[in-house]
Design a protein around this ligand. Sequence first.
Ligand code: AKB
Length: 316
Amino acid sequence: MSSKILIIGACGQIGTELTTKLRELYGVDNVIASDINTRNLDLVNSGPFEIIDAKNFNAIKDCCKNYNIDTVYLMAALLSATGEKYPMEAWDLNMNSLFHVLNLAKGGALKKVFWPSSIAVFGPTTPKENTPQHTICEPTTVYGITKQVGERWCEYYHKKYGVDVRSIRYPGIISHKAMPGGGTTDYAVEIYHKAIKEGTYECFLSEDTMLPMMFMEDAIKATTDLMKAPAEKINIRSAYNLAAISFTPKEVFESIQKHIPDFTITYKPDFRQAIADSWPSSIDDSTARKDWGWQHDFDLDKMTQEMIENLEKQVC
Ligand code: AKB
């Protein structure tokens, strides 16, 4: 019998493309998309869709029961920049949604759970370069705290109750479909949109801020590969380090300039600079590569080519 999947937070940046990929892999009717509202009409109209507030345990439970769901991808979250503005809301959403899903799985209602962690679990005391899988994690953002605590709970539910929960520490994700919202790495998406539409961009991080990043296609491949991997290959039940490329605003600007020579940039760091400065500049993901064969396909210039080609089509 094929798996029945629920995606919570399906209209977000990653959720949108994850839904499309999972529907390709498992069939449209086997993948139920849900979000708190219908902000992404293409997604809402492309297959089964339910309105679900991720903070509402009964709404998740009823949906799982009605559709015979066995696998949940919990993508709803408040990200780093928004989390600093609304700390209690970030704690409430990021933690309670996770408990709802873990508790459903603990009770036997679900076979498998995916929950995204982030490079935000790291902090200023973490080794900045080639950050190891197991290292000091003293996050200084609310978002980072929720992800770090969430990781501990995932491992706890796995060890104590046998819940098959899997997770990745996503870096900044760059994509041309749904926009990201409320993150510190969002500049790396905005810069492409502004380059195409306005020919100029004011960056909220300084030119030499190096952060770990990844093209969406790689992020989706990592997510589906991790979920497909046999359980005995998954040795990390907190969250896997995952890496692809690291670059600075200046480097992505220069990569775009190869296609749009007149493109200009200015730098005006705001409160997000302090968040970025607390995060690693590169990640050691050798454990993910060894355990379940992770490898990335996109480097900076290949990603820039894809971004520009696709965004130009959207503008025409
Ligand atoms: C953010 O910038 O908050 C996110 C993340 C790195 O988890 N993109």
